[in-house]
Design a protein around this ligand. Sequence first.
Ligand code: PLP
Length: 431
Amino acid sequence: MPEPRHTPGELLALDREHVWHPYGPMPGRADPLVVESASGVRLRLAEPAQGRSELVDGMSSWWSAVHGYNHPVLNEAVRGQLDRMSHVMFGGLTHEPAVRLAARLVEITPEPLRHVFLSDSGSVSVEVAVKMCLQYWRSTGRPAKRRLLTWRGGYHGDTWQPMSVCDPEGGMHDLWSGVLQRQVFAPPPPVAYEEGYARELRALIARHADELAAVIVEPVVQGAGGMRFHSPDYLRDLREACDAHDVLLVFDEIATGFGRTGRLFAAEHAGVTPDVMCLGKALTGGYLSMAATLCTPRVADGISRGDVPVLAHGPTFMGNPLASAVACASIDLLLGQDWAQEVKRIEAGLVEGLAPAREVPGVRDVRVLGAIGVVQLDHPVDVAAATAAAVREGVWLRPFRDLVYVMPPYVTGDADVARICGAVVAAAREG
Ligand code: PLP
């Protein structure tokens, strides 16, 4: 291993001065932990924090590293591809890793999703999804259908179009609310199915149908907008209403895809296929930045009937061979084992381990679905105090707003699941 060229202290000083972190100020104010390496479910720190030099990762690197870190199979997939070709432009050229990945994604996602656009981040895959939908209606003679309908409390990414369908109130992008395209918002769906809510949702779609290109939602779990769960039955309602009123349906499965909710894709809880589906995060097992937008032949055929019969989008690193190769390996690794059993095992561990959080003063709700565990407080979390409490327990968490939550890698053993839960309870108490 190469010698580190800076002490942890020097790194932090340079970091504060030069490096802009997510949702952070410049110059930096916080002291991020310096990670030296990562293996299995553990992050190894360059310098101990709260007496810990190793942390069990309860976050799977923002929900992507489902197989943990430094996995020999995934390492080999990257190495093997690196020796052949690290990157080549995708315009006018193609290659086996990307073709194999696209075919594999079509094979494992619900019918009739059949066409795949490979991009480099979840946000861009949502941009592409929206572009597909708007272009579909433009190409099929209904250019006024340009708006999107979504649920409040959602999160679809930080680039311009996705920001317009994030939670418009108290969300991360309030700053831009006057500038972004004005979309149509429904209240967040209730946890359990409520006929009255469903009726209003259907009516809202009907009322705006002439201007709606698509409904876009995170199926079953709204993630970064508030970690809310809802009944899959709403997805069936959305499908019916979209079909009845000529509106496309987009499922953003960037967070929920690849098993996180206990089904390979959250759409499967409802047996519903969207017209367009976005995937990212766990697509490459958290190894490299890649996302995918899948669509049905109806959407692709509609676009190809227009005066501009192409999808005008082409990221430089589209279909990157390294990312494609590791994505194929990650999917094979996932499907080559009883992943559903592993997620069930983690779910059971989270249910048991998070139960004591219900007794913590200030805890409003504790909920678990698949490999997702959420403790919601009745006040904003003191993020610094809650994070420090988790680190003291030897666990990495990233609380936000009123939430302390976990999305561990699927390879997290029972003892480590219990440890993560203990840290969540400690973080909820201190936060
Ligand atoms: N959509 C959902 C549901 C997400 O959870 C995220 C990221 O958290 C995104 C989109 C954006 O993905 P990325 O951060 O890769 O741009």
